[in-house]
Design a protein around this ligand. Structure first.
Ligand code: MRU
Length: 386
């Protein structure tokens, strides 16, 4: 099945698809430095918790590799102390690109741990650098397989749940929020991976997805991914979730996560909480699909998760192509950004994420399996999962 790719690499060249231009223009931009990776993540040319961790790791690996390959070597390679200080400052800088998605922080922590253990083992600077490059590459590479594993765990569990509740296990309709597919990861996706897996197993009825204002990851990116994979799907506006649940049989809501606290409270794209409240009201299972690296045991509950607020202006703009399509000199669809509010509005609330309390979540699916709450508990015990 044809899938879009958020990051492509060849011969040490890293390119990302510019997600701000999708769905009308597919343009890969080269990332040639740590600064460019940082800015691409901050400006959301690449987004999705696992994808930004992968890009940060790959850009970091390329930077270290270039240092090794340069003659004469740059000053930071001259001693293990200067190397260590330099690496830590670069990693801290990358870490600051977006605050809520913990996968980036987990990748940075892993790289710092390798730096520490290889240094403590008394290795040469070049060997420490090689260890870091291998770890960074692994962080990006491991994402695809674990996504497939969690998609299989989650969809098999959902099919069983449906059978237990008297359903046929065929034709499950699943609602998702935001974009959690191959564009948001190193491939296959998390919640959208679950939907894709159900489709591959011929168990999917339809995928439903919210537009996901104000960035429209649903109507721009999930729409494109589902169309590319020819998965039957229906777009709804964010305001239509309640109506959808009232008038259509929806078997589950499946969403991704940017950070899962120790008790299971989950930060994900703004609007996820609304869908969870409505799903509880309609007795629809609400499933979070995310890799273990999204579980943050250092964060006890959702109130401690830092929530990124985007620029107020971003909530006033809508970007897209003029319709009927107009083309530029290179044959690309002409795109425009349009202001949909009066200018200079005084009050604009624009959090990028919200937190869904654990008690509204039926199951958390990771590459290790499916965690559910023990009877009567309002939270999860994730210490055994990580
Ligand atoms: O602001 P974004 O587009 O980076 O937000 C993305 C999400 O909220 C996703 O659901 C989450 O990162 C999981 S992606 C597999």
């Amino acid at each position: 099945m044809s899938m879009l790719t958020s990051i492509r690499t060849s011969n040490q060249k890293i390119e990302i698809i510019d997600q701000l231009l999708l769905p009308h223009t597919t343009k890969y931009v080269e990332i040639t430095s740590i600064e460019e990776a940082h800015d691409a993540i901050r400006d959301m040319k690449i987004r999705g918790a696992p994808a930004i961790a992968s890009l940060a790791s790959l850009a970091f690996a390329a930077y270290i590799q270039t240092g090794i390959d340069t003659a004469p070597p740059p000053a930071f390679l001259s001693s293990s102390d200067s190397f260590s200080a330099h690496v830590i400052s670069k990693l801290d800088y990358l870490f600051g690109a977006r605050p809520t998605a913990v996968n980036l922080g987990a990748a940075i922590r892993r790289l710092k741990a390798v730096l520490q253990s290889s240094t403590e083992a008394g290795k040469s600077v070049r060997l420490i650098a090689t260890d870091l490059i291998s770890e960074a590459q692994l962080i990006a590479d491991e994402d695809f397989d674990r996504n497939k594993r969690m998609a299989a765990h989650g969809s098999e569990w959902l099919v069983e749940l449906d059978k237990e509740s008297g359903g046929s296990g065929e034709g499950l309709n699943v609602l998702t929020v935001c974009n959690t597919g191959s564009l948001a990861t190193s491939g296959y996706g998390t919640a959208l991976g679950l939907i894709t897996y159900l489709h591959e197993q011929k168990k999917l009825g339809k995928a439903y997805y919210t537009q996901t204002a104000p960035y429209h990851q649903g109507s721009r990116l999930t729409a494109l991914e589902l169309k590319t994979m020819r998965i039957p799907s229906v777009m709804i506006c964010d305001t239509m979730v309640g109506s959808l649940f009232q008038h259509h049989k929806i078997h589950a809501v499946a969403v991704g996560a940017d950070r899962i606290a120790r008790n299971g409270d989950t930060a994900n794209k703004i609007g996820t909480y609304n869908a969870a409240v409505l799903a509880a009201r309609h007795n629809i299972p609400f499933i979070v699909v995310a890799p273990i690296s999204t579980v943050d045991l250092d964060t006890p509950d959702g109130s401690c998760i830092p929530i990124e607020h985007r620029k107020p202006l971003e909530a006033c703009l809508v970007r897209g192509a003029v319709h009927p399509f107009e083309y530029d000199a290179e044959g690309r669809v002409r795109q425009e950004t349009v202001m949909m509010t009066p200018s200079d509005l005084e009050g604009i609330y624009n959090p990028s994420f919200d937190v869904t309390p654990a008690e509204l979540i039926t199951a958390i699916v990771t590459e290790k399996g499916v965690a559910t709450r023990k009877g009567g508990d309002t939270s999860f015990d994730l210490s055994g999962v990580v």
